[in-house]
Design a protein. Structure first.
Length: 380
């Protein structure tokens, strides 16, 4: 006797949805819920099922027109979702970051030619010679933190190559003169790698930054932090708001985040990241379900392979397995295709409040929801 469960909805149907920009016609719309007063929601994908065992909809589209700012976007191209306020990174340093800002086994050391090019670019930027391709403070922080961790804590195969050592010895005297104290600190926090500078005495500015610098000394040496320390730092420095001065320098924050990632967070560090803002909007709603499958794909998306997660989640929901997707619309460094982009392209409301997402998961005719991090944890 087979142990495979019977198919609850053997013939799910997918309904394509077309619009001329003025909304969805009645014949093409299935009204299911109203997230805002008086606003009907139509669905771009519909999987019909018997009550309790299927998915009535995957995404939702308002009958109102999309905002003007989205009309000229090309949804299939992920870069079109990039916020105009985010400056584009220097490509030379970005390519170097892709090689060195990663784990102990995956890092690919630079050869001498590559290292010379990167350091020359950084020096020219520091001197103000690259007005349109400036290396950002965050890039500098991430790059030099990665180089320091590699020198201090990585296995021999992924430590500095001979070419990197030679290039750094050549450029370091000039970099010490051109770069600010926070970057010099990140490049050689104890003065034991290259010498020169005053890094052992660097403390930062203000109480919050001093606390972060203290933690960075441990991280840059390849060490780990406690739960309370990580959570305290995150609550000190987040959220980052455009209209308010930052409490810490971008370089130090970037170094802290990439440094923890490269050192591979311990369980207590991961717990601190997960719970630091868990109650930011009050106690999170808890769905009354027998089971729930979470799909947390890489938030910076995918650039090389077909993304099937959205469709897998929808089909599982169709068979009575409640499914929750969560993510962001666009995120560097990869800036790839995300579930949020795919749902938005199909006309979905990707900014559901948490309580509405909970209701959709509990709804016997839906059992599916997508939560945007912006709604769940605004500070992040």
């Amino acid at each position: 006797m087979s142990s495979i469960a019977p198919i609850r909805n053997p013939n799910p149907t997918i309904q394509k949805f077309f619009t001329d920009g003025s909304g969805v016609t009645k014949s093409q719309r299935c009204t299911c819920f109203r997230p805002r007063e008086g606003q009907e929601i139509g669905f771009s994908i519909r999987l019909r099922r018997r009550r309790r065992h299927g998915l009535s909809a995957v995404g939702a589209r308002s009958t109102l027109e999309l905002p003007v700012e989205h009309e000229n976007q090309s949804p299939p191209i992920s870069s079109s979702y990039r916020c105009s306020k985010i400056p584009r990174p220097n490509q030379v340093v970005l390519e170097a970051q892709a090689r060195v800002c990663t784990g102990p086994e995956l890092t690919r050391p630079l050869n001498e030619e590559q290292a010379l090019k990167v350091l020359d670019t950084i020096l020219k930027s520091a001197r103000g010679e690259l007005k349109d391709e400036e290396v950002s403070k965050a890039q500098l922080g991430a790059f030099f933190a990665a180089m320091t961790i590699r020198a201090n804590a990585f296995p021999e195969a992924t430590q500095w190559s001979e070419g990197e050592w030679h290039a750094m010895k050549l450029f370091w005297p000039q970099l010490v003169q051109a770069l600010p104290a926070d970057i010099i600190f990140l490049a050689d926090p104890e003065g034991t790698i290259m010498g020169l500078g005053n890094s052992p005495h660097y403390a930062g500015e203000g109480i919050v930054e001093m606390r972060l610098v203290g933690a960075l000394r441990e991280v840059l040496a390849g060490g780990h932090l406690g739960y309370e320390e990580v959570q305290g730092i995150l609550k000190d420095i987040l959220p980052l708001e455009d209209d308010k001065p930052q409490t810490v320098k971008e370089s130090l924050l970037a170094a802290f985040l990439i440094g923890q990632r490269m050192n591979r967070e311990t369980d207590r560090e991961l717990k601190a990241y997960c719970l630091a803002f868990d109650d930011e909007l009050g106690p999170p709603p808890v769905a009354d379900l027998k089971s729930l499958t979470h799909y947390g794909e890489p938030y910076d998306g995918n650039t090389r392979f077909f993304k099937s997660t959205l469709f897998v989640a929808a089909v599982r929901a169709c068979y009575g397995e409640s499914s929750l997707l969560h993510g962001v619309e666009w995120m560097p460094p990869k800036g790839g295709i995300t579930e949020g982009q795919m749902l938005k392209f199909m006309g979905a409301n990707v900014n559901l409040p948490l309580m509405l997402a909970k209701n959709l998961l509990e709804d016997e005719d839906v059992g599916f929801a997508y939560v945007n991090q912006k709604e769940a944890h605004p500070s992040l």
